[in-house]
Design a protein around this ligand. Sequence first.
Ligand SMILES: [Zn+2]
Length: 368
Amino acid sequence: MEPYRLKRVYADLRRAAGRGDMATALQALQEAIGTQLPSSTTLTPLSQCTTTLSYRGFKPAELAMLAANIKRIVKFEDVPPSHARAFMARHADRYQMTLGRPYYKDYLLMSSRPDRLPGESQLTTLYASRTGAGRALMELERSEPEAIEDAGDLLDFPSCCSHTFSHIFQRSRQDQDTVNDDAVRALLEQTMISPGDAALDPLSDLDLLAFYPCQPNCNAALSIARTTHTALQRSAPKIAAQASRDLGSPVLFWRMPFFIRFDGDVIPAAQTPGNGPGVGYKSSYLHVFPDPSVSRIQRMFGGCVLPLLALGNLVQVDDGDVVIYADNEEVARLPGEGNYPPLLGLWAGSQVFSDKIDPHAAGTLPTD
Ligand SMILES: [Zn+2]
């Protein structure tokens, strides 16, 4: 796909889906994800949809990081302004807080913009710290948006992860300007070579890092995940238990808004019928965002893909094609045709979740 074309493809997709022209919408969707889809006019029923990652509201791990003083600054992104102001009022005596400009989020491109489309609600960024360093970060991001590594230092991200993300950011600027897509793709590509540690799964509101790890087994990132999970175990044990349960479920991923989560397991390459590893699954769920028009487009995508997945119990990606097997016999294939082949996100267990609670890690989770 030529640079910056995706933005126009998504604009076509939104327009066509908005006027109910499903044939044109499907064309645009196929171009966006580089995969031929069977024609379908059915939207995935809500019972087969899941939202693990919403890009909306306070993340439990970030609240725990702030309360347990794990990071000097915590930057809460994608928070409704009324929630941010309520949080500021409640915690004014504990933290110094700065509110960013309000914005709207494009849940297809995963970028923020000042103007609103129908159905969208306003979001903002809240910078919180004990020292006032949050304002310095906000000013750095405004004056030097390309200074990714400097911002990463202020946010106490490991330098290996900041450095890798900075590269991805620069490369994205020359391509489709979809840095979230590219960061997730870079990570999932590596999980197909060797499954990652589930504690570093980024596709969840229960994410323990609030940054993209440079590798799916980065030791520096794992150390932060462990500290955060321990703080969560003490301040919000149910959420900590949910994170250990839910993080690392396998995915089939095209682009950020278009992916499938499985109730299933990684099947190593030696045990799959095709090339490379696979996912053996009992059920598959379409991932949707809370945004009404984008979730409708996601459900259109799911209407094409989920019925095929329901035919089988194992999925692989073979040379850009998605291949679905039932008891090791191929039952369906979605031909790939782009430079961004779909990927499997494969996660093993986690050394983080098997650890005991550290009795010295204190902290109370502030409520949002
Ligand atoms: Zn790293």
